[in-house]
Ligand binder design. Structure first.
Ligand code: ADP
Ligand code: MG
Length: 310
């Protein structure tokens, strides 16, 4: 049995809309997503994230390639592969005349979950909609509708939960509720895949990340190793008293002067150690009032990669 929740091979999608040139949204994606992970799919708008997710969900038909979900080939075992995955889509797509309870029951019916095995009440509780269980969906706020979409994705107890931009445009409370739920579900063993363009969120939530740009995976790695690859580090020094007008520095250290006499010294960790940079400062006769370091952020990685290869 494979250790991958999802296996994608040479996946292509070209949209053919009448009166428009064909749009190549996915240009040959190869990607494995390990079981048990929280996996982030990042990329700028139009990169192809939703297309990829909607293919996994069976909502968009691929042009070519191979998709295996929980070991089941989508084309060979469509029923089993669909049963293994639950998707919270980017767009609100609820039936206005169903209540949250009705919505969850209908969804469970579609997935063939027998009445005795339905978890409607439990899910209503998880998504915090117990007291709105009998309200029409159209009367729910946008945030409540998004929570209901999460509930819909959970009715058949899938092994894999996919969230497409779950926190785009939602308020802080809902964002927190979503992350608490996602963490809890992952601890219980569910594999989570999410797309986001909030990099801080990906940095905080995801074990592994793939960055998609123009329909191609340009990088795929653990979050930790991605951040480590960004070798640049900055030492921020606030001197006691006046900053000397000149400072002798080797070529591998770049100096930038910030307001308040603050010195920003940027260097590559592979080229010079932080201690050595600090010694240079001390040897120049500077007394340190404060010193801090800044690591590379995922934001920097992202900008760097999408810039250099687009
Ligand atoms: P993302 O989710 O990363 O923003 P999408 O997968 O939504 O990207 O879109 C990828 C590309 O495919 C975009 O250029 C988009 O305009 C195009 N696209 C998406 N859906 C359709 C569609 N139904 N018909 C035609 N083009 C589409
Ligand atoms: Mg999208």
């Amino acid at each position: 049995m494979t250790q991958n929740a999802i296996e994608i091979e040479a996946l292509r999608k070209t949209y053919n809309s009448p009166g428009q040139p064909p749009k190549e949204a996915l240009k040959g994606i190869d990607l494995n997503i390990p079981k048990g992970s929280v996996f982030g799919l990042l990329g700028p708008n139009g990169a192809g994230k939703s297309t990829l997710i909607n293919i996994l969900a069976g909502l968009v038909v691929k042009t070519s390639g191979r998709v295996k979900i929980w070991g089941f080939d989508q084309d060979v075992n469509p029923r089993q592969s669909r049963a293994a995955i639950g998707v919270m889509p980017q767009e609100l797509n609820l039936d206005a005349f169903f209540t949250p309870r009705g919505t969850l029951e209908v969804q469970a019916g579609l997935y063939g979950v027998p009445k005795a095995q339905r978890r409607t009440q439990e899910i209503l509780h998880t998504i915090g909609l117990e007291d709105k269980a009998e309200a029409y969906a159209r009367t729910l706020s946008g945030g409540m509708q998004r929570r209901l979409l999460l509930g819909k994705a959970l009715v058949h107890s899938p092994q894999i939960l996919v969230l497409d931009e779950p926190t785009a445009g939602v308020d802080v409370g809902l964002r927190q509720m979503l992350w608490t739920n996602v963490r809890k579900l992952n601890e219980q063993g569910m594999t989570i895949i999410l797309t986001t363009h909030y990099l801080e969120e990906a940095e905080a939530m995801c074990d592994e990340i793939a960055i998609i740009n123009h329909g191609e995976v340009i990088v795929r790695d653990t979050t930790e190793s991605l951040l480590a690859q960004m070798d640049a580090k900055t030492l921020v020094v606030t001197p006691e008293g006046d900053t000397p007008a000149t400072l002798e520095l080797p070529p591998e250290v770049q100096l930038e002067r910030a307001p308040g006499g603050v010195l920003r010294l940027t260097y590559q960790r592979g080229e010079i150690a932080t201690g050595a940079v600090l010694d240079l400062v001390r040897n120049a006769g500077i007394t340190l009032r404060d010193v801090a370091t800044e690591e590379a952020r995922l934001e920097d990685v992202f900008v760097e990669l999408t810039k250099s290869r687009s």
